[in-house]
Ligand binder design. Structure first.
Ligand SMILES: Nc1nc2c(ncn2[C@@H]2O[C@H](COP(=O)(O)OP(=O)(O)OP(=O)(O)O)[C@@H](O)[C@H]2O)c(=O)[nH]1
Ligand SMILES: [Mg+2]
Ligand SMILES: [Zn+2]
Length: 353
């Protein structure tokens, strides 16, 4: 959004206030935690690039102080993706697996995308604490701490040959416990796209034995908040939250020997970049969850405007102790849910098969 003076207005995803982005100075936080202004003259690109590398911007509505990447508002309205699901369903492993795919430049190039970190500090933290241990070390990641998010979980800059421009793409992944708290989840009201995650291992084992899963309380909390935002307090039903969403059955490796899960069709080959199968897969996943007593998890399909359904596995196997076995560890179909959302945001097309 641009105001009457041509300045970009960006919504802070941490406090929801609007920021005149071009009027907020870039600063560098020094070792003592103090803010140092970035002073370089634009005429000297070498000095400017050096200083700006570690720059951030403090939200002017900061209380308590919070910072956004210096480039967060540089490309217009960012795309904010919220990851939603109960504790331990596999949100964080899935996000790390997705980000890992985004680092494979040949794959991104096939999609007409160039992806690079949006902020060196956020990138380094995510690389050190999530990508390295999980994707290189094959180690299990710890459950996410239960606390208010005071920063983005991860963020990239995506240049799209389709849209002909760059986009900031930011992710929020908080713990399932945090998502149902009344306080500290302002980011939900700033999301542009949603990844709802359920755990394949929690699907009742047989068709028709009358077992029904309870609703996912994080889905209910997030959908209720969004319905209030889009339709007001008096919302009586009948409207759809106007955001693209993907509903993901994570840990689908656990269904591999489940004769009733139509998994072989989807796990027998790698078509992670091909969007032409999304409709078929969505129908399969919908039928699987509804016939197996997991119909309560389908609430996003009934309450959001545009939802695709997917099977994914971030690991392809169970851990042995704290590590995933080398022979089996790999990521399967993890990028397609995000690619579907990016296509709906007009950032990417799937690979032409
Ligand atoms: N078999 C299998 N296990 C997985 C997979 N992804 C995650 N897990 C396991 O599931 C557990 C929970 O994963 P997380 O990603 O931490 O779950 P979360 O949803 O982020 O949990 P919170 O942060 O507590 O909300 C861990 O023990 C992982 O090892 C998968 O694709 N397959
Ligand atoms: Mg987590
Ligand atoms: Zn703010």
């Amino acid at each position: 959004m641009t105001d009457a003076y041509g300045s970009r207005r960006i919504r802070c995803p941490l406090c929801l206030n609007w920021i005149d982005w071009d009027r907020v100075p870039s600063v560098v936080i020094d070792e003592t935690g103090a803010e140092q202004p970035v002073t370089s003259r634009p005429a000297d690109p070498a000095l400017g690039a050096n200083e700006k590398y570690a720059a951030v911007r403090r939200c002017p509505h900061s209380s308590p102080p919070h910072y956004l990447p210096d480039q967060y508002g540089a490309f217009g309205e960012p795309i904010v993706v919220g990851v939603v699901g109960n504790s331990l369903v596999g949100k964080t492993h899935l996000l790390a697996a997705m980000v890992g795919q985004m680092q494979i430049v040949t794959k991104m190039d096939a999609l007409g995308l160039e992806v690079r970190p949006l902020d060196p500090g956020i990138h380094l933290d995510f690389q050190r604490n999530y990508l390295e241990p999980f994707l290189n070390g094959r180690r299990q990641l710890r459950a996410t701490a239960i606390e208010d998010p005071n920063a983005l979980t991860y963020a990239v800059q995506v240049f799209s040959r389709r849209s002909g421009r760059a986009h900031a793409l930011a992710f929020f992944d908080v713990s399932g416990e945090q998502l149902i708290r009344a306080q500290g989840n302002a980011f939900i009201q700033a999301v542009d796209a949603l990844l709802f995650v359920v755990d394949a291992a929690n699907v009742p084992p047989f068709i028709g034995n009358g077992n029904e899963v309870p609703p996912d309380s994080t889905f209910e909390a997030v959908l209720t908040r969004l319905e209030r935002q889009f339709f007001g307090d008096q919302h009586a039903g009948g409207g759809f939250v106007p955001l693209p969403a993907a509903l993901v059955v994570a840990k689908a490796d656990r269904l591999e020997f489940d004769a009733e899960a139509p998994l072989r069709r989807w796990f027998s080959h790698d078509d992670d970049l091909d969007l032409s199968t999304v409709e078929d897969e969505s129908e399969d996943v919908y039928a699987f969850l509804s016939t197996r007593g997991a119909g309560a998890w389908l609430s996003p399909v009934h309450r959001c405007l545009d939802v695709s359904l997917h099977y994914t596995s971030a690991t392809n196997c169970e851990p042995d102790g704290d590590t995933f076995p080398r022979e089996r560890f790999r990521q399967r179909r993890v990028f397609k849910p995000l690619l579907t959302l990016l296509a709906k945001k007009n950032v990417a097309l799937g690979e032409v098969p």
